[in-house]
Design a binder for this molecule. Sequence first.
Ligand code: WT7
Length: 650
Amino acid sequence: MSNESLANLMTETRRFAPPAEVAADANITAAAYEAAATDRLGFWAEQARRLSWATPPTETLDWSNPPFAKWFADGRLNVSYNCVDRHVEAGHGDRVAIHFEGEPGDSRSLTYAELQRDVSRAAHALTELGVKAGDRVAIYMPMIPETVIAMLACARVGAPHSVVFGAFSADALATRIEDADARVVITADGGYRRGAPSALKPAVDEALTRPGAANVRSVLVVRRTGQDIPWTEGRDVWWHELTERQPSEHTPEAFEAEHPLFILYTSGTTGKPKGILHTSGGYLTQVSFTHHAVFDLKPETDVFWCTADVGWVTGHSYIVYGPLSNGATEVLYEGTPNTPHNGRWWEIVQKYGVTLLYTAPTAIRTCMKWGDDIPAKFNLTSLRVLGSVGEPINPEAWIWYRKHIGGDRTPVVDTWWQTETGGVMISPLPGVTEAKPGAAQVPLPGISATVVDDNGTEVPNGSGGYLTVTEPWPSMLRTIWGDDQRFLDTYWSRFEGKYFAGDGAKKDADGDIWLLGRVDDVMLVSGHNISTTEVESALVSHPKIAEAAVVGATDPQTTQSICAFVILRGGAAEEEGLIDELRAHVAKELGPIAKPKRILPVDELPKTRSGKIMRRLLRDVAENRQLGDVTTLTDSAVMDLIQAKLPTAA
Ligand code: WT7
């Protein structure tokens, strides 16, 4: 983030006190901060009692082998029971769990009793396919109720799921199936996307041709679109055929609190995606507590809607495990915000009377661009708390969100967290915090996080540095799947005894935290973290490309856009259509979200003497800035050559 925008953030002086009616009836008051500060572990032990345990834990945290944490280790529970059955047993079987809204306009509502029946059948189905506790199941699905049911069924039988975002390519899916050594894949024929059926099953078929996916024995296929799909007898099974003949009751088995719940892959700076491992008791405790606290959820009256895809951690924690463990009623929407019209989201808020909305800054900025008149056509008065997640929200987007969606009355909570943290870590509380537009502000009760300098020393108010978490937390990642060393190197080696989040941050004069984006080379495109290295390897895997350097250039719409500098093989001349071919190649390798917006063929790349590409200089070029310091380059004339190549006023 440039210094000017940083300065803008820090001079933001608007303040928004919690509305009196929210403050008066809030689930959490300022007393929670004091309670947690006095007895942090006691506070979390108390939050764990939100859950139903088959064996209640007597231990809270085992930190005898840092940074490998064990939370509530002697407790046993079933996560699916906590998200489904216990609400039915408490007399809420008729409460709607999920209002599903399909993109073509079909809709259906599933009560907790119906969810219990469907999850039970799916659990029996997995058992019939030979899935045992500990086996990994890959899920590659559109945003439909069966996706949630599949995840809960996996949790019920103790099989960790690995959900792979439905827009990822066959290659990305294959890599993730191989890394987790998944035995079963759950998918659908397709889903609806931008007004048309979009196939998923063929990508699974392609992924399963790779040698690394050889251990997959069954593919369970949900029929969503009814489109024609290839079929492999003996391996492929229709979801409806298998589940319909299963018993509708299933006794959940209790697992240890540290039993793996899921693996979720996230891009890193170095090539291979990291399989982030989350376990059961601590994870569920924190996502349940944070959903209750940050959104002030009242399960009897609220209608919650998180617009994220279930393929991201936001969907795991705030579509599946947080809301359902709290017995919430929520909306699940399959499609895009502008199908068939730019007001689709607001129409959904009106239709279901959504009270709590959780979305991302990139979506808010897109809606701003479409115009204030679009949301103004709908009745949004049901809304009472708005949430934001995924990247820093610029104050103007924050203000627009509050004004045009929240009717200038609703609190906006800017929630900072990561795939690795599992649940929200830093956020205002809607009934407590005087909000500052653009700041996540305060660690939640029970969370210890601060900003440190290069030496790991906490910075004084008014200064910037690196965001770190200084004490273990219940929903922390337990490791990187199959790679403890990488877990240590990535998160725990930069600052002794502290978790390094990889984000820049600043404390303002009041000590409130403002997030400033990634400090490493991960690009943030429309809320998705994409590693420069992954895009570079995709480019270099094309036969005509010798070398590639990728940078994220600031982009008003998508936060960053991908800009690639490539050297053609054997000094080949640039042919007609090559750029399009390269972009299509990256889309195939990594998925369309990773497609570079600009690709510039160059003769040389700027490198340091140790051979490291100086992305900083390329970013200057991509953002049309004067070049920074070029003295560490092997050959500073390289930059002149690159600039001479640029289309004028690019
Ligand atoms: C990275 C984590 C957490 C779910 C979605 C992304 C950025 C996330 C905020 C926020 C500033 C934020 C950080 C973080 N980020 N929320 N409120 N303010 N930055 O999960 O893909 O694991 O990405 O997203 O850079 O490290 P993720």
